[in-house]
Design a binder for this molecule. Sequence first.
Ligand code: NDP
Ligand code: 8X3
Length: 253
Amino acid sequence: MAQKFKVALVTGATAGFGHAIALRLVREGYRVIATGRRQERLEALAGQVEAGRILPFRLDMTDLSAIRALPQSLPQDWQAVDVLVNNAGLALGLEKAWQTTPQDWETMIATNVTGLVEITRALLPGMVARNAGHVVSLGSTAGTYPYPGANVYGATKAFVDQFMRNLRSDLLGRQVRATTIAPGLCGGSEFSQVRLGDQGKADAVYKGTAPLLPDDIAETVAWVLGLPAHVNINHVEMMPTCQASAGLAVDRT
Ligand code: NDP
Ligand code: 8X3
């Protein structure tokens, strides 16, 4: 089994996109290292597939020593990670910039930016040495289109997009690919519950809409990974049909 399947590491696999991506990549023929803070969710995920196809691996994206210890802290036959899916991330609050808390900003930056670059830095040398690999990161339409209350969250996602584009530059001449997937409104995950801290408010975000779903994101990840090795998708922006950019705002007071 060990050598038969390529290895993918998916961060934030305890819920939402990451959970769907992990299951999809098993179907695509990968062994998947599923990470997140909630160990019981990781165990339950592994229990959904054939033994040995998902390795539950508890990892807090704000724990820089644990991230830097990768991949040596993985079991030996899981250390050659072919695909990294940088999915773990969060938004906290929708307050205006002067009303938010510095702690919320720090948490978003620590998780969406610092954790993401650190795990990429930890796993890239192996990919470059093997001259094979693919890093897929979750950006967001919030990284391109500003909206009130997106302040630091949107900025973290803009960072992700530019970081991935710069990786492409560094990786020129290597068989290691880099892709950002930037979704818009997506339901079926814990994103809005985490952001707003209230299930009722979270449900209201999706009321009357047909949002993207985690399986749509997983499908897109499978697509970019499955393309021939000479094809690198740099950036995928995706929205549900019910969403479009809303234009510029004007204050007429
Ligand atoms: P969920 O809240 O459903 O899932 C987030 C995942 O990130 C969980 O598995 C959570 O695991 C993990 N996570 C959060 N903080 C940490 C941490 N400190 N250490 C380790 N893992 C962490 O959200 P989604 O699935 O919707 O979002 C996934 C990604 O997609 C995020 O980066 C998000 O910004 C992005 N995105 C989401 C959109 C949406 O509308 N839903 C649209 C565009 C982008 P645990 O709590 O167990 O640690
Ligand atoms: C999540 C999409 O529009 O809530 O990144 O910022 S949005």
